[in-house]
Structure formats: C-alpha cells, structure tokens
Ligand binder design. Structure first.
Ligand code: BT5
Length: 323
C-alpha cells in the first residue's frame, strides 16, 4: 500500500490530497491512511499534513520502492516487475522461490537489508540497511546448464561497466565474481541455477554492491579489503540512479550474450580482468595451488600453470594475486 499512496501523492505534487480521497481510492479507512502516512514518515518521507486540506508530499528519501525506481528505468524488460522489501534473509532465496512459482524473466527482487545475505560456499554478505544495493534478477536463458557460468561472467562485465559509466573510475574483475575498485572489493555476484540435465529452468543473478558505506561501517575483518562507491568518489551516491545504470547494463549485456553467444562475453571479461600471466594462489575445494594464470576458458574455468609446471583447470575457488 505504501507504493499506492505515494503514487497518489505524486499525481498532484503541489496540491493537497484529502485523507477522504485517499481512503476512497484505496478502499481503506481514514485511520488506515493516517497510520500509513505515519509509517512513511518513519521511512524518511517528508509529508505535510493539514487537518483541513489533507496530505502533501514534500520530499522522498532514497528508497528503492518500485514507484521510486520505475520512472527512472530505461530498460525494456528487466525491472518491469520489482518486488521490494525492507528486510529479507536473502534476495536470492526470495527470487528463487518466486521463480519456482512461475515469476517471469526480468523480475527483480530488491531488499533494503538482508539478515542472511549469501556469499559463495556458505559465506555471508554484509548487508546493512538503506546504504547499498542487494538485488536478484530472475533470468530464463534458453541454454544448457554447462554454459551457466558465462552468465556470472556476463553479470560481472555489466556491473563493472555500470560502475565505470556512473563514476568514471576503472573497476577490475577478479575471478570468478568479485568487482574491485582501487584493489578492494566493491561488489560480489552470486548466481544460483535451477536446471535439469540439458535445460536451465532459471538463473537467479544476485548482486551485492556497496554504495554509501563509510570505511568504519564495515566489519573489522573486511575493512581493509572492501570499499564503497562513496569512499571511492568522495560523495553520497543516489542508489536509485546507480540501480538504473546497473539494470540497463545488465539488460544490454544479457541481450548481447543471447544474440551473439559467449565469445563476446569472454572477450569483454578478459579485457576487464587482465588476469593472463598474473601470479596467483588459488584455493579450491581445500586444495591450494600456486602458479600463473593462463586464461579463462569458454565455460568460465580458470586455467593455471602451477609452479610444478602442471596445467590445471579450476572450476570454483578463490584467488589471491601474488606479486
Ligand atoms: C560474493 O561471495 O561475493 C557474492 C556476494 C553476493 C551478494 C548478493 S546480495 C544480493 C544477493 N542475495 C544474496 O543473498 N546474495 C546476493 P564470496 O565471493 O563468497 O565473498 C564473500 C566474502 O566477501 C565474505 O566472506 C567477506 O570476506 C566478503 N564480504 C562480505 N560482505 C561484504 C561486503 N558488503 N563488501 C565487501 N566484501 C564483503
């Protein structure tokens, strides 16, 4: 209902809207309207109230409500439906549930905070409220499951492009799914796939992007390795404006991928990752490998020349760059 009230208030930006009119149009009691206005104020909406004339919206906070986002979106199909929450355990889990129940390609789940934001391999994504972006996009690509990791690469390219276009700064991708600015992690990606042997039912593309966190807000253990766009740009970031840029890049790169295939994605990824020839330490399923990165192959696996001269293919893991 928040969204419907805001829509009504925005229809007549300078005039007052009477409580009676709102209650009639939304088919709720005037007390319910009053309670909702009170709640919107606690969320940061500045709403003028006059006993005689009604309500008037003075200022909106930077919330990610569908009514705030939709007028800004330049996409054709990503974000046509946005599910917005103030708190969720994980946007990926919610989107997975929605997709199982038949949600369409392009539907987006956004939460202002996450109680159990998921990283890879059971790790957690730190997700404090009203500062950053936590979102999941439902995709239904017509491809076989072994190509799914290319979707992660595609999303990493799109996220890096959105950051560069928005800020003018140059992000780097770190295999497999980190986006770095100034050598620190600014965004992480987590894809979850639901498929049968030859066919993907859907992919949940999860993106966590640090926008307005100050250094001291990060938990100590990641303070020196994480960053936010505010830290890098030295000013507050409009979350709505960044979201718009991000969804636009995602739609663009996904369309390129579907029309032109994986080679274009791999090329863009390689340009952004600059991993060839770098000394790396890789941990994968409890094993540690040290060597030189040769490339990423056509399904996203890291190809490595170990110190012992062995050539290895690593499908999942974490890397640390060595000097
Ligand atoms: C990732 O995992 O980087 C994937 C993160 C994906 C999060 C999004 S938020 C929306 C969607 N819904 C979800 O539930 N998840 C997705 P991984 O590579 O495993 O990195 C996790 C590690 O990054 C942690 O163990 C920390 O060391 C570090 N980390 C946690 N929170 C961070 C943050 N906010 N910024 C930077 N680093 C963080």
């Amino acid at each position: 209902m928040d969204d419907e009230i805001l829509k009504l208030l925005r229809e007549s930006p300078s005039a007052f809207l009477s409580g009676e009119e709102v209650s009639r149009r939304l088919k709720v009691s005037r007390t319910a309207v009053w309670k909702r206005m009170k709640r919107l104020r606690t969320l940061g909406y500045e709403i003028e109230a006059s006993t005689r004339s009604g309500y008037r919206l003075i200022r909106s906070p930077d919330l990610l409500l569908p009514s705030e986002i939709k007028p800004l979106l330049k996409t054709k199909w990503i974000g046509k439906t946005v599910h917005h929450f103030h708190v969720l355990d994980s946007t990926n889990s919610k989107a997975y549930q929605l997709a199982l129940n038949g949600a369409d390609e392009g539907e987006v789940v956004i939460s202002e905070s996450q109680g159990k934001g998921k990283g890879r391999l059971g790790r957690q994504w730190f997700s404090p409220p009203y500062l950053n972006l936590y979102l999941s996009v439902i995709l239904r690509p017509k491809m076989s499951p072994h190509q799914a990791s290319l979707i992660t690469l595609m999303a990493a390219v799109a996220t890096a492009d959105a950051i560069q276009k928005f800020s003018g700064l140059l992000p780097l991708i770190k295999w497999p799914n980190d986006i770095l600015l100034g050598g620190r992690k600014i965004a992480g990606l987590l894809n979850e796939i639901h498929s049968e042997t030859d066919r993907i039912h859907f992919v949940i593309l999860g993106i966590g992007m640090n926008l307005n966190m100050d250094e001291k807000m990060f938990p100590e253990e990641i303070r020196t390795v994480a960053t936010s766009l505010k830290i890098e740009m030295g000013r507050m970031i409009s979350r709505k404006a960044f979201l718009q840029a991000l969804l636009q890049e995602l739609e663009k790169w996904y369309t390129i991928f579907m029309r032109q295939g994986g080679a274009v994605i791999l090329k863009a990824w390689r340009d952004r990752a600059q991993i060839k020839g770098r000394g790396v330490k890789v941990t994968s399923f409890g094993e540690t490998l040290v060597g030189r990165a040769i490339d990423v192959d056509s399904d996203g696996a890291l190809i490595l020349q170990t110190e012992g001269g062995e050539r290895r293919r690593v499908v999942a893991g974490d890397i640390v760059y060595k000097k």
